[in-house]
Design a protein around this ligand. Structure first.
Ligand SMILES: [Ca+2]
Ligand SMILES: [Ca+2]
Length: 263
């Protein structure tokens, strides 16, 4: 190896080392930024231990289950389990808390989770959710978050292999509203689903930087019977491609360093 080539190789080696250590520091900074920006809406750890719920009746009155705890965004989860317009005998049962919201039904029954601050909702004449719009949360976490995240232990959306339908409705002050409706594929094991902020349909005055309520409806609208799922996390997070971009940035730096050394 000529002296010139040796010098070039050690230059590249040094450049590589610098780039790799810079990338490592960048990753560390990024991962700490990610955990700082992520916002847990609900980890379903409360109540603990979990509580059993059931509705079983013809034209059953909706079930309203409220849990107040500081670990839940806004201090409270409002859960409504309701039959979707059916006169038939309908049942739904499961547990809420202890790290999971477990839901199972053999009829057209929806589950609605509302995060709107601590409120009374409606008990009479029939149980219903009332949107208190009591949150004041920047779901972007200062600009870093750009997706909602749903973690499921499992989804069995109904026979045969039917995806689970969902609707998410967000509100902002001065009548701002954004909605997103879609489906989640069945999964036998743990699965993370990301719903980008960009996929929502927003009205005038809606902003992810000031959200006053979050309502998640599962198994609604399409009257799907025989749906079972276990939901373990609801959060606002950065999309993972920002990490991939850092990787691309690292490669670009490395190529620039090699080019400089060739001259
Ligand atoms: Ca509430
Ligand atoms: Ca409410």
């Amino acid at each position: 190896m000529s002296l010139h080539r040796f010098a070039l190789h050690s230059l590249i080696r040094n450049a590589l080392r610098t780039v790799l250590s810079t990338a490592a520091i960048g990753s560390l900074l990024l991962s700490s930024a990610v955990s700082a920006a992520s916002i847990t809406i609900d980890d379903f750890n409360q109540p603990n231990p979990e509580q059993f719920y059931v509705i079983a009746a013809i034209n059953a009155d909706p079930l309203l289950h409220k849990t107040a705890h500081a670990s839940i965004l806004g201090g409270e989860r409002d859960l409504l389990v309701d039959v979707i317009g059916s006169a038939a005998l309908t049942t739904a049962a499961g547990t809420v808390g202890g790290g999971v919201f477990d839901f199972g039904t053999s009829g057209p029954v929806l589950a609605m989770l509302q995060y709107d601050g601590v409120d009374a909702d409606q008990l009479l004449p029939t149980r219903a959710l009332v949107n208190n719009q009591g949150l004041s949360v920047d779901l972007t976490g200062g600009g870093s978050n750009n997706a909602l995240r749903l973690d499921f232990d499992s989804i069995d959306g109904g026979p045969p292999s039917t995806p689970l339908s969902y609707t998410i409705t967000l509100t902002s002050p001065v009548a701002g509203v954004a909605t997103r409706t879609g489906t989640l594929a069945e999964t036998a094991g743990p699965q993370t689903y990301l719903i980008p902020f960009a996929s929502f349909t927003p009205s005038v005055n809606f902003t992810f930087a000031n959200v006053s309520s979050i309502t998640l409806t599962l198994n609604g609208g399409t009257t799907q019977p025989d749906s079972d799922f276990r939901l373990s996390l609801f959060a606002a997070v950065p999309e993972p491609h920002s990490v991939a971009l850092l990787g691309i940035g690292g490669v670009a730096l490395l190529m620039a360093a090699r080019k400089r050394n060739r001259r």
